[in-house]
Design a protein around this ligand. Structure first.
Ligand code: HEM
Ligand SMILES: *[C@@H]1O[C@H](CO)[C@@H](O)[C@H](O)[C@H]1NC(C)=O
Ligand SMILES: *[C@@H]1O[C@H](CO)[C@@H](O)[C@H](O)[C@H]1NC(C)=O
Length: 504
């Protein structure tokens, strides 16, 4: 009897022990989570949160970007809402006055980017897009200088864009009016512009190796693992060891870095410091200026990360926008016809469109702006982080909180736009003239706004008019086109097929 009892106790004890241990651990974790995310006095209001997961489950899970579903909260809580994405506590800002206040803050209290574990794992705090402080200042200034210099070089960037647009026209012509998916050809064409700046070359659309890179990039940026990434960001030290789709993402990022590293190596082989061919050459030269490596961000790691940042930001955003443009033209034939009429009147069929034409083409210009408004490819811009305790609209924002600016709310504000949810170029027209609108901020504003804005606008105008000069876009017979969104780094159209009918 006693023997059985002691046997039982002996058997059960270790498990009880384990359970108490686990319970204690959980309690401690909960306590830590509570303390970490405790909302200080006068903090912006928001919905209640779950431990570890924050407000994630109050939204459509698939939508890790929280695109939809927050509307009722804005009504309830106002223009500053606290929301926790996993354990990253953030505040969402709605409305033009507040967005302006944050982005153009004179004291620069919102200039940092948050340190997000999944990004840090690949980039550390290097590069342009997610860096902060001295590294960011140096890397951004340098990138802006190179973008400017290579634009003003022997063969201007605009001329390169015009040539690339012709290549794209030829590639589309090869489809002979049959249904095709423009995705990767458009990506390749747009990417070639930033490639010519960063790598000093363009890649043929039939270059299988470059196509692999485009596919890898697409796969990485439209990651299938948003939920795993949220969990990884909440518990990096645990999820680092767990298998899952987030591991594929990390492997893909490493592959992208290796590709840039190998291009850097081949640049070193035929490098001439007196004749920089591109961003990488210029960066290699910059590195030689600082013998003391500890005082500068111009090192190999930043070379790779900044190049990759430019390559990605310069490829994904603009090509996604151009793909939205082709889709909206196909779905709105009457708009497309007016664009055709304007092109025929101002440029004709033979001359190559250039940015000089923009001022005399208000309708086309308005259409491109409307595509950007509706496409709204970065609905929450790119997160910022509060540098030091501050107040905003009367609320207390402690150092380290993440700030998200809601560009969707701005671009779809019913008070600002006549038909907020419908494609309508009239939004940017007044008495037949182009009219810029304050509530249009796809590139954000202020010191941390998109440094590629000018480049992107030039690309969009020239690619769009050149392609529309040559083709009429139509939906394939019996195929229904949709405006459904594919989430990822950017909000892109789901893949679609169109027919490009030559106009002559
Ligand atoms: C339609 C095209 C584009 C859109 C809508 C867009 C939009 C944006 C937005 C909203 C930001 C965040 C700004 C902020 O935090 O306030 C950004 C940052 C950035 N963009 Fe763009 N962008 C586009 C094209 C480009 C191009 C072509 C390049 C290439 C040169 C580029 C390079 C960058 C970089 C490097 C940053 C990070 C800047 C920083 O953190 O200081 N973008 N972009
Ligand atoms: C941003 O605003 C839009 C439109 O008001 C809303 O549907 C969306 O949920 C908001 N997103 C966030 C994260 O606040
Ligand atoms: C790609 O096409 C171009 C002409 O359009 C041709 O010169 C080149 O050899 C082709 N390259 C490959 C790898 O097929």
């Amino acid at each position: 009897m006693l023997a059985t009892l002691s046997f039982l106790v002996a058997k059960i004890w270790p498990t009880i022990h384990l359970w108490t241990l686990l319970l204690t651990l959980l309690t401690l974790l909960l306590l830590a989570d509570y303390l970490k995310n405790k909302r200080p006095k006068n903090y912006p209001p928001g919905p209640w949160r779950l431990p570890f997961l924050g407000n994630l489950f109050q939204f459509d899970i698939e939508v890790s970007q929280l695109h939809l579903g927050i509307q009722p909260f804005v009504k309830k809580y106002g223009n500053l809402i606290s929301l926790d994405i996993g354990n990253i506590s953030s505040v969402v800002i709605t409305g033009l006055p507040l967005i302006k206040e944050v982005c153009t803050d004179m004291e620069q209290k919102f200039l940092n980017r948050p340190r997000i574990p999944s990004r840090e794992r690949v980039f550390k705090d290097n590069g342009i897009i997610y860096s902060s402080g001295q590294t960011w200042k140096e890397q951004r200034r340098f990138a802006l200088m190179i973008l400017k210099n290579f634009g003003l070089g022997k063969k201007s960037l605009e001329q390169r864009i015009q040539e690339e647009a012709q290549h794209l026209v030829e590639a589309i012509r090869e489809e002979k009016g049959q249904p095709f998916d423009p995705h990767f050809r458009v990506n390749n064409a747009i990417s070639n512009i930033i490639c010519s700046v960063t790598f000093g070359e363009r890649f043929d659309y039939n270059d299988t190796q470059f196509q692999e890179i485009m596919k890898l990039l697409d796969e990485t940026l439209s990651s299938a693992a948003p939920m795993m990434l949220v969990l990884y960001n909440a518990f990096p030290s645990i999820f680092k060891y767990l298998p899952g789709p987030h591991q594929t993402d990390f492997r893909n990022w490493e592959k992208l870095k290796m590709i840039v590293a190998s291009i850097m190596d081949s640049h070193r082989k035929d490098w001439n410091p007196d004749e920089p061919r591109d961003f990488i050459d210029a960066f290699l030269k910059e590195m030689t200026k600082y013998p003391d490596k500890t005082t500068t961000s111009f090192n190999e790691e930043n070379l790779i990360c900044s190049t990759l940042d430019l390559f990605i930001a310069g490829t994904e955003t603009t090509s996604t926008t151009l793909r939205w443009a082709l889709l909206y033209m196909t779905l709105n034939p009457e708009v497309q016809e007016k664009v055709h009429t304007e092109i025929d009147g101002m440029i004709g069929q033979w001359r190559q469109p250039s940015t000089d034409d923009r001022n005399s083409m208000p309708y086309t210009n308005a259409v491109i702006h409307e595509v950007q408004r509706m496409g709204n490819i970065l609905p929450l811009s790119i997160p910022r982080e509060v540098i030091a305790d501050t107040t905003l609209a009367g609320f207390h924002l402690p150092k380290g909180k993440v700030i998200l600016t809601n560009l969707t709310a701005l671009h779809r504000d019913p008070k600002e736009w006549a038909t907020p949810d419908t494609f309508n170029p009239e939004h940017f027209l007044e008495n037949g003239q182009f009219k810029m609108r304050d509530s249009f901020l796809p590139f954000s504003i202020g010191k941390r706004a998109c440094p590629g804005e000018q480049l992107a606008k030039t690309e969009l105008f020239i690619f769009f008019t050149t392609v529309l000069q040559k083709f009429t876009f139509k939906p394939p017979v019996n195929e229904k086109l949709s405006l459904k969104v594919r989430m990822g780094l950017t909000f892109a159209p789901v893949s679609y097929r169109i027919c490009a009918i030559p106009r002559l």
